[in-house]
Design a protein around this ligand. Structure first.
Ligand code: X2X
Length: 336
């Protein structure tokens, strides 16, 4: 009997439909793939990913095992993007704005105050804006699934004082994710942004490397940022979501029917996660107030005006280019 190497078996299995793979010994998945993300275990994205992994295992008769790694267990977002590209990690959810270090167009949804509400977000990201960005991602050798996961509309927290107007941001050491658009936006608002990956945010706030940060309420709650922050200013300054990304070679190694199952179940998880996250973002304020966060509302026109005066919109229209800017404006109206 010839002995087959694992590599040859895998190469052969890629050409076989799932029914053929199901003849392998019970309990041994033919494909064990890692799915990394940056969110805490109790965040809806992680919970829905776990459910999707179960459904994928069932629907493939155990041939495809998705191992979910929350909380940047496999490395920071920046590191994990490198691993995704090399194939060390097969699946990864990443904010479009952080992905923009590789795919500049992916930052487009982060333009300040572009979206007024969720219906507008999903019409754009499930429609022309999302399709455009996915095309750009694919040019860089990665696959992006159709449905984005929600992170949410972002709010500012600080340990020092409430942000009522842009003036209150002046000189503040504000943590932002590692992304040119984020840095530029908070510079234009007058702050002193510091780029830090999410896995270091809690300790950066605790040790006062940064005095503030900005994230959706669902994450301020699930990542316990309220423990190291005092004020929460509701600015809704940006909508942010996660692309579900796959390493192309790894994904194409799956038999076609398994690929279809993975796509179906992950897209389903994304849509369900959107509902969970929007509900959490809408309801968690009271809980956070009980945990000590002091809330205030803000006037978006003031922040938008500061961005305009700082040259933010003109600058980013140039950086994206007219074509991309038009794709966004046709979804959200004129931006400035
Ligand atoms: O890093 C962040 O702040 C986070 C978790 O919101 C993103 O992934 C952009």
């Amino acid at each position: 009997m010839p002995r087959f190497s694992r590599r040859r078996l895998l190469a052969a299995s890629a050409a076989l439909p799932l029914v053929a793979i199901r003849t392998r010994p019970a309990g041994a998945a033919a494909f064990t793939y890692k799915f990394a993300h940056n969110l805490p275990p109790n965040h809806p994205l992680n919970l829905r990913a776990g459910e999707a992994a179960k459904r994928i295992a069932e629907a493939t008769g155990g041939a495809v095992e998705l191992r979910v790694f929350p909380s940047n267990q496999l490395g920071s977002d920046t590191d994990t993007l490198t691993q995704l590209r090399s194939g060390g990690v097969e699946f990864f959810t990443l904010s479009g704005l952080i992905l923009s270090t590789l795919v500049p167009a992916a930052a487009i949804n982060g333009v300040g105050f572009a979206f007024k509400d969720y219906p507008q977000v999903w019409a754009a990201m499930d429609g022309a804006v999302g399709a455009y960005v996915r095309g750009e991602i694919e040019k860089r050798g990665l696959i992006a699934f159709e449905r984005m996961f929600d992170n949410g509309f972002r709010q500012i927290t600080t340990s020092t004082h409430p942000i009522r107007t842009p003036d209150d941001l002046r000189g503040m050491k504000l943590r932002v994710p590692v992304s040119p658009l984020w840095t530029s936006m908070f510079q234009d608002l007058g702050a002193s942004p510091v780029s830090i990956n999410f896995n270091e945010v809690y300790s950066a706030l605790q040790t006062r490397i940064a005095d503030g940060q900005e994230n959706p309420l669902a994450l301020i709650e699930t990542a316990k940022l309220y423990e190291v922050q005092k004020y929460c200013s509701l600015t809704n300054h940006m909508w942010d979501g996660f692309w579900f990304l796959a390493n192309r070679r790894a994904f194409n190694r799956l038999p076609e029917d398994a690929r279809a199952i993975v796509v179906r179940e992950i897209n389903r998880a994304a849509v369900e996660e959107r509902g969970d996250t929007a509900a959490l973002n809408a309801s968690v304020r009271g809980q956070l107030a009980g945990q000590g966060l002091v809330f205030n509302d803000t006037d978006p026109a003031e922040f938008r005006g500061a961005l305009r005066r700082g040259g933010f919109y003109a600058d980013w229209q140039k950086r994206f280019g007219d074509k991309e800017w038009q794709v966004l404006e046709s979804a959200v109206g004129t931006l400035s």
